[in-house]
Structures are given as structure tokens and as C-alpha cells.
Design a protein around this ligand. Structure first.
Ligand SMILES: [Zn+2]
Ligand SMILES: [Zn+2]
Length: 245
């Protein structure tokens, strides 16, 4: 008699093998066959991802060529979040991956990118012990169109690697906002000010948490979330993003 757990595992393995024969796992960018089912890209495409290494600005994650006293990207600005970390520069392979994640129904890419981000975060001495990750919420209408929130997929990838729980449905989004792409940093702040609300303050009270998003551009959206979390009683808030635009 085979124990149920082993039998279930055998069935799953057989099922996965059959599935791999019909749809062998391929690099989402160049379609070459890959053999690590946890990866979304082949080694060649993966090597095109450029990690952001020190020196970078610990406030806004901007890569800096040389250590400077005051970062040109965030000089004169104040943020509610305490620090920011981005894993990669927003170059071509990453732009393509994020496009597939957001507009081509590929949530698995978010989980993959989240796992890469987590491996970098684990090696960063400047980031303290985090007890929960919170995806930046999408407006419910846009979430329905897309079928998922890409930031929640990234947060799940972080959780896969670190075991840090994803605090879903803690942060909510009220009104829909026009797209931020063509707005100045000041206009972006006004555009997202007061948009986010904390539905469950008990989940973040006194905690050190990280907000998760795909791209850090001006930080306006993440900052608006951070403000709502601190007002709800969160202890410390950090910003983790896959890319720094
Ligand atoms: Zn490839
Ligand atoms: Zn900066």
C-alpha cells in the first residue's frame, strides 16, 4: 500500500511529465527549451538582467556611479518609506518580461521575478528583518481586466524564497487614478494622494513591512501606500521593487 502523500506526489510527477512532453517549458523571451521549471528565462536571457549593486541610493534605490553625499534622483524629497531597494536596472530583457507580466497574462513571470528580488534582498545588509510583504494594490477594475495584480505575484515569489508572509487584502485602493506615465513627480504625488487605505490595521500594527511593486519610477505610488500604513500604526516601511526606472 503506497502512502497517500507519496501516491499524490507520483501522480503529480507523472502529470507534470506528461504536460512537459506536450508543452515543454520554454524561455518566455527567446522560446528556447529550459530545464529548470522554476525559471522563466534561459541562462542567456537571464544574463541580460543587470543587477543594481552598491553604490546605490538607500532612499530611492537609484544606482549611483560613485558614492555621493546627496542622490541627484531624490535630493530635496522626503518619503514616508524608510528605504528602497530595486534588484535590476530597467533594461531591455526586463522591460520585455514586465510587459509580458502586465499585458500578456503571464502571472508566473511575476513569481519568478519576485524570487530573484528576494535572493538579492537576503544579501542586503541595509534591509532589516521584514515580517510581511504587501503588494501595491491595483484598482479593482484594472485587476479584473488583468485577472491578477502583478505586484501580488511578485510578492508571492518573495514569499516562496524567504517564507515571509504576503499580507493580502490589508491595503486597499479607493478611486481609480489616471495613468501616471506622463506626469511630473509632483503631479504623481497629488494623483495618488489619499488613494490607499488600510483595511486591517491589526495586521501591520508595530510591524516592519515591505511594499512590493514591479517598477520604482518616482516612488509616488509606494509613498502614498507607505503613508497609509504608517498612519495605521505600522512600525517601519520599506519599498522593494524588481526594477528601477
Ligand atoms: Zn531565452
Ligand atoms: Zn535617491
Amino acid at each position: 500500500m503506497i502512502p497517500k502523500a507519496i501516491f499524490t506526489h507520483m501522480l503529480r510527477t507523472v502529470g507534470q511529465t506528461a504536460l512537459d512532453m506536450v508543452y515543454p517549458p520554454c524561455c518566455v523571451l527567446c522560446k528556447v527549451r529550459i530545464f529548470d521549471e522554476r525559471s522563466a528565462v534561459c541562462d542567456g536571457c537571464g544574463s541580460g538582467l543587470l543587477s543594481i549593486d552598491a553604490p546605490y541610493c538607500e532612499r530611492c534605490a537609484q544606482p549611483l556611479g560613485t558614492p555621493v553625499a546627496s542622490c541627484p534622483a531624490c535630493r530635496g524629497r522626503t518619503f514616508y518609506f524608510e528605504g528602497a531597494f530595486s534588484a535590476f536596472e530597467f533594461n531591455r530583457p526586463l522591460q520585455d518580461l514586465i510587459h509580458l507580466l502586465k499585458y500578456r497574462n503571464r502571472p508566473g513571470i511575476g513569481r519568478f521575478l519576485g524570487s530573484l528580488l528576494a535572493k538579492r534582498v537576503e544579501q542586503e545588509p541595509g534591509i532589516p528583518h521584514i515580517t510581511g510583504v504587501l503588494p501595491v494594490p491595483l484598482h479593482p477594475l484594472r485587476r479584473r481586466e488583468r485577472g491578477y495584480n502583478q505586484s501580488a505575484c511578485i510578492a508571492r515569489g518573495i514569499s516562496d524564497v524567504t517564507g515571509i508572509p504576503v499580507l493580502e487584502n490589508v491595503l486597499g485602493r479607493g478611486r481609480n487614478t489616471p495613468t501616471q506615465t506622463s506626469l511630473s513627480p509632483e503631479a504623481r504625488m497629488a494623483n495618488v494622494s489619499g488613494v490607499f487605505e488600510v483595511a486591517r490595521a491589526d495586521a501591520v500594527c508595530g510591524a516592519t513591512v515591505a511594499l512590493v511593486d514591479d517598477i520604482f519610477t518616482t516612488g509616488a505610488t509606494i509613498d502614498s501606500c507607505a503613508r497609509a500604513l504608517l498612519q495605521a500604526g505600522a512600525g517601519r516601511v520599506f519599498a522593494l521593487t524588481v526594477a528601477r526606472a
